[in-house]
Design a protein around this ligand. Structure first.
Ligand SMILES: Cc1cc2nc3c(=O)[nH]c(=O)nc-3n(C[C@H](O)[C@H](O)[C@H](O)COP(=O)(O)O)c2cc1C
Length: 173
């Protein structure tokens, strides 16, 4: 059993990305995993200030950022998760600003605890209007997390691929 945290950066609550998220989550839960999803669009999450206040907090601080907003809920879920799922439509050739803003704020965790302590397994659920091969940038962005030791468990690239998303969810054990 794994604890899976989904960060959904879509603009639409019930759109193409939500369909992938739903299928993935159903698959994951069906084999005994625990899934927590945050729909970021309705949360108040400010951009990282690069103030480095996270480095000055005591190590292991549960809310490592100096900013007090809804990111605190995500920090708690992130501390407890095994798998981090990035879910996003492609907006102008990359992930949405909504998702990027939340991921930027995870900087505070690694600054507070060190990179090794916040290693995760990852999944990318990406939807787009054009075929995935015309949108390489978000996939390259995702793959770069391997540089800090985060291991990809798989990707679903493309609108409507709910069967693939469900199977990926079922494969997580
Ligand atoms: C602001 C905006 C920018 C977009 N840019 C792209 C793009 O660069 N490439 C692409 O293939 N699709 C692009 N799309 C289409 C969306 O990625 C696609 O419709 C996606 O499935 C929407 O997901 P949703 O239904 O979860 O909101 C864009 C859509 C919007 C609203």
């Amino acid at each position: 059993m794994k604890k899976i945290l989904i960060l959904n950066g879509a603009g639409k609550k019930n759109g193409n990305t939500a369909a992938l998220v739903k299928a993935f989550a159903e698959g994951a839960v069906s084999v005994g995993n625990k899934v927590t999803e945050f729909y970021l669009q309705t949360m108040t999450i400010h951009g990282c200030l690069d103030c480095q206040g996270c480095g000055r907090k005591p190590k292991g601080y549960p809310h490592p950022c100096v900013q007090k907003d809804d990111m605190n809920e995500i920090y708690e879920a992130f501390a407890d998760c095994d798998v981090l799922v990035f879910a996003s439509p492609v907006y102008w050739f990359t992930i949405t600003g909504t998702l990027k803003t939340a991921v930027d704020r995870l900087y505070a965790v690694q600054r507070n605890l060190g990179l090794e302590a916040c290693k995760k397994e990852t999944v990318l659920l990406l939807t787009s209007g054009a075929p995935a091969e015309l949108n390489p940038q978000p996939i390259e962005w995702y793959n770069l997390f391997a540089q800090i030791g985060w291991k990809s468990l798989g990707t679903v690239l493309g609108t409507g691929k709910t069967d693939e998303a469900r199977k990926l969810g079922e494969s997580i054990k």
